[in-house]
Design a binder for this molecule. Sequence first.
Ligand SMILES: *Cc1c(COP(=O)(O)O)cnc(C)c1O
Length: 415
Amino acid sequence: MIRINEHYLKLKASYLFSDIAKRISTYEKANPESSIIKLGIGDVTEPLPEACREAFHKAVDEMGTREGFHGYGPEQGYVFLREAIAGNDFQVRGADISADEIFVSDGAKCDSGNFQEIFGDDIKIAVPDPVYPVYVDTNVMAGRTGENVNDRYDGFVYLESTPENGYVPLIPKKKVDLIYLCFPNNPTGATATREQLTAWVDYAKECGALILFDAAYVGFVRDESLPQSIYEIEGAKDVAVEFRSFSKNGGFTGTRCAYTVVPKGLKAVDASGNEHSVHALWNRRHCTKFNGVSYPVQKAAEALFSDAGKAEVKALTDFYLDNAKIVRSAIEALGFPCVGGDNSPYVWINVERPSWDFFDTLLNEAGVVCTPGAGFGTCGEGHIRISAFNSRENVVKAMERIKAALSKSGSLADA
Ligand SMILES: *Cc1c(COP(=O)(O)O)cnc(C)c1O
């Protein structure tokens, strides 16, 4: 019989979302009258902006004409979208990125998961803890780690985000080759300052490492002192790839469009020490395994950069940020230290007890679902994530219920 890739056997089964679902269903059976509010999900809830829908419709109609029909497009994306991205997301902020350094794709999940395959299998990799699991699992599948022992894989350098470091990991003492960073962070909502990112860029330069910078949540940054792209940091073009997505700012989670920036000057070496262009390698990979995003979807994404589109994106992200503010102030008023929610749609709460216990308290006593931090890694223990992706009504109701439940049950006192 055909043999499997045995590295897949090392993957720790993710029980996180199935465990959550099980506990919800047990609760619902015991409380058939109850209405649960789910603040655990990392998916947007508000409808697609009108500017996008108009452009989307128009492009579909174009496709129905001989002149406007589009077959296979350029794998890297249409120039109209790549130019809109380079101009609006980078050049206006002083980041010197050109359209031909942008690869349009169907998701930052896919790109951040796939990018590792152009590198050697014996490279040293640093991953955040807590982490967006894609970075970890794709490297496990590729065979770059040993077994999972006590929730950690042999072979990774773990970048710990803790209350002590304000949830921004310190530079490792060891030399690594590939570094995954995500700011604003999922799950913590923490952001990195210009100084902190500069330290990472300098470290990468010093040890010849490459940074994979996931900026999927940059649309939520409001503090003007925070960098929005890693390319706003001097020297980053020589050491960093950046992933972006229209999923969270434009509501594209079901429409699918994202992009990856690979500067032309990025270099990596072969075993003999000869230098190769990372851009050329990724271009080869992208063109071989990916066939481009559909024309109507790229037109819909381009519309996010029109004046009307920008106003709608601002309104959408403002709406979720207002939800996040409601969450954060309610939880802080109950005495729990929080991070995030100000420049990110996630609030990360230090509950100072096992995260599944706190999950159960919120579910059973308030009918509110959160995400237990332990599901994101060892350093997530003792924390929960609350997401701002929901209706205003649900967020307000959930906070009232949590306040009532925690004051009534004395759950705070037994912390
Ligand atoms: C949601 C999210 C993305 C975006 O993924 P898409 O595939 O573009 O929808 C990327 N990175 C992180 C950390 C995310 O949470």
